[in-house]
Design a binder for this molecule. Structure first.
Ligand SMILES: [Zn+2]
Length: 236
């Protein structure tokens, strides 16, 4: 099947701030009952949300916002020292009802479309592998998408994004893990919110240890974190 993109402009768009160029690619699920409900919302002026692309379950790709302009998909967000990720990112919405409406596996056609689209975007904008992100990575207190059924390892095997080789996984306290997750890119937890540290660990597991997302500090989770740290440049 030839890869094609159809145009379906959303009105929910504005200009990127001066000096902001694209350096992140962020994946979402739509979290709506149907693809058409999601498309309506992403083009509804009152909803004030959008994304650059929407990928239906049959692999059909719509472009809602030109990559040079700012789409409104990230909301309050943080990664590696930067806030407001909409300014510098491209957002892709993948159709899936999500945890609220019957979460189910993403389709083969969606992965094929993503492999085309992500590698094309990452090459054209020179996006580093460590900057292919889940919405849950940049907003761990609010978001779970695209969630533990999304196969990041498959994308990494196709040369898109990172997948950690297991490291040593020596035990360490939660404070140290949170500091290391911050080194990878996650925001520091609000000290007034006692649940916030665990939500960062859940976001990490959802992405890199999807077989068990339980917020527990086990050896396998720590081994994957070690593996990811080995592939992460230090924060400047
Ligand atoms: Zn999202």
């Amino acid at each position: 099947m030839a890869f094609s993109i159809d145009e379906h402009p959303s009105p929910n768009v504005d200009d990127r701030p001066n000096g902001c160029t694209v350096d992140c690619l962020i994946l979402h699920y739509t979290g709506m009952k149907s693809a058409s409900a999601a498309l309506d919302r992403l083009c509804d002026l009152d909803a004030k949300v959008s994304a650059h692309y929407l990928i239906d379950e049959d692999g059909h790709v719509l472009r809602l916002v030109d990559e040079h302009r700012r789409a409104w998909h990230a909301g309050i967000s943080y990664w590696r020292g930067r806030e407001r990720l909409n300014d510098c990112s491209i957002g892709i919405e993948i159709v899936n009802p999500g945890h609220e409406w019957g979460y189910r596996p993403f389709t083969e056609a969606q992965y094929r479309a993503l492999e085309h689209l992500c590698s094309d975007i990452m090459v054209r904008w020179s996006i580093a592998p460590c900057r292919l992100l889940a919405h849950s990575d940049i907003a761990p207190d609010r978001k779970e998408d695209p969630g533990e059924l999304f196969d990041w390892q498959r994308l990494a095997n196709a040369g898109i994004g990172l997948w950690p080789k297991d490291g040593e996984g020596a035990w360490r306290p939660m404070d140290e893990v949170i500091r290391q997750l911050h080194e990878v890119g996650y925001s520091l937890p609000d000290p007034a919110d006692w649940r916030a540290p665990r939500r960062r660990l859940l976001a990490f597991q959802r992405r890199y240890r999807p077989e068990r997302v339980d917020g527990e500090l086990d050896q396998e989770t720590l081994a994957r974190l070690d593996g990811l740290l080995a592939q992460t440049d230090p924060l400047e």
